[in-house]
Design a protein around this ligand. Structure first.
Ligand code: SF4
Length: 419
């Protein structure tokens, strides 16, 4: 789902800021820090992206560490009203046109058609959004009906990202996903009929008990829908999730590493033969359909974040709104923030390499040179880059430094050395 909270190295890791596995109802002391404090600390940031986190889900999947939960108190309207206030409060920090808006979660489509319309209209009316901005919304296939599809299309949403994960009932059960596989095709039909021009499907591989034949069947079914974009992540055993507890207790068996690697290699080959361009370790699109919002994360650009648990970045400063709906609803007008981290230049450079080299095109060489100026770690980084280049794991192509085909296969090792 949609947000980089931590930055995973593994090809399995989803790079999407915005969620933590924190139970929603734990009491917490109100934070003294707010998004305003973070905005002041990130002076000079040019926020080109906006991320909005909607924390509601129909059901909590046991592998998920995003901040999301089943709302038994019907707080969707309160959420939208509070969000509107947060939007107004942040606007003075947003000094350049916003090029990408990403509404993730959780399951934004749980809000239903009317509240979705209201929320999207408020974002458009309040923030300085470029007329050409990319608007993306995440959806769970079961929550897309005709009214929701129309609300999204009529609100100017151009991309909908559907959490399909698998089409195999046995594997969906292993993930504790509760949707019917056929709901994916039905949702895509409704979205296209409503006029949504770009549809992404999220898939998960290396699910316990899966075989290469299962994965091939999943990919073939996904391709039969002709999505404009595909994300394929290996299953991640995030700390403190129920899935990881089951793994520790032995009631779940992790797929062997070789099988996971085989499934990853299979998707790389299959999608390239099917006309999809891989533009990032785990993301493929038809020509011109790459997700600009995610590229902004990988390029370590600046984005503002709204909603409980949403994470933001501005000019080397990272912060996260409190991952607790009740506290976020009550603390106003600026969003309560649980921590603000000012990255030292060296840490910031390490992060830039870790993110930027996930992109197939890599990083512009002038940027690489700028990031290698000064400090002992820079000397070590430069040495590592030259060694990896000599070994054929990194390459300089079209004015960029990038991972080679072989380098992508062991991206974790290469990127770890450059952090
Ligand atoms: S639907 Fe997505 S966000 Fe919600 S619990 Fe499942 S994986 Fe997490």
């Amino acid at each position: 789902m949609a947000q980089p909270q931590s930055i995973p190295l593994t090809v399995a890791g989803s790079l999407v800021p915005g969620a933590m596995n924190v139970p929603s109802e734990q009491p917490s002391a109100p934070s003294k820090m707010t998004a305003r404090d973070a905005g002041r600390m990130s002076a000079g940031a040019l926020f080109r992206g906006a991320y909005v986190h909607v924390p509601f889900c129909r059901h909590k999947c046991h592998y998920c560490d995003f901040y999301s939960f089943v709302d038994t108190e019907d707080r969707a309207l309160a959420y939208v009203e509070r969000l509107e206030e947060e939007l107004r409060d942040a606007v003075e920090f947003l000094t350049v046109p916003i090029e990408t808006v990403f509404v993730g979660g959780g399951t934004p489509t749980m809000l239903g058609a009317d509240l979705l319309r209201r929320m999207l209209a408020s974002i458009r009316k309040t923030l300085p959004i470029a007329s050409s901005a990319e608007w993306s919304v995440e959806a769970n296939p079961e929550t897309v009906d005709e009214a929701v599809a129309d609300a999204l299309a009529q609100s100017g949403v151009r991309r909908v990202s559907l959490g399909a994960q698998s089409f195999n009932p046995k594997l969906l059960k292993a993930l504790e996903r509760d949707h019917d596989p056929s709901s994916v095709e039905r949702a895509v039909t409704l979205l296209r009929r409503a006029g949504i021009p770009q549809v992404n499907l999220d898939l998960i591989f290396a699910i316990p008990g899966s075989t290469i034949a299962d994965w091939e069947a999943d990919l073939l079914r996904a391709l039969s829908i002709a999505p404009d974009h595909l994300s394929a992540y290996g299953l991640v055993y995030e700390p403190n999730t129920p899935l990881t507890v089951k793994l520790r207790k032995g009631s779940v068996t992790r797929l062997p590493e070789d099988d996971e690697a085989e499934q990853y290699e299979f998707v790389v080959e299959k999608l390239s033969k099917s006309g999809y361009e891989r533009y990032e370790i785990s993301n493929w699109s038809l020509s011109g359909m790459a997700c600009q919002h995610n590229i902004l994360y990988w390029e370590n650009a600046d984005w503002w974040a709204f909603g409980p648990s949403a994470a933001a970045h501005g000019h080397g400063v990272r912060w996260r709104n409190i991952p607790r709906l009740a506290t976020w609803l009550e603390t106003r007008p600026s969003a309560p923030v649980e921590d603000i981290e000012c990255l030292a230049p060296d840490a910031s450079a390490g992060e830039a390499f870790m993110l930027g080299l996930r992109l197939m095109k890599g990083m512009p060489l002038e940027r690489v040179e700028r990031l290698l100026i000064g400090g002992e770690r820079s000397v070590r980084r430069r040495r590592s880059i030259e060694t990896f280049t000599a070994e054929g794991l990194l390459e300089r192509v079209d004015g960029h430094l990038r991972l080679s085909t072989r380098g992508f296969m062991i991206a974790d090792t290469v990127l770890s050395a450059l952090i």
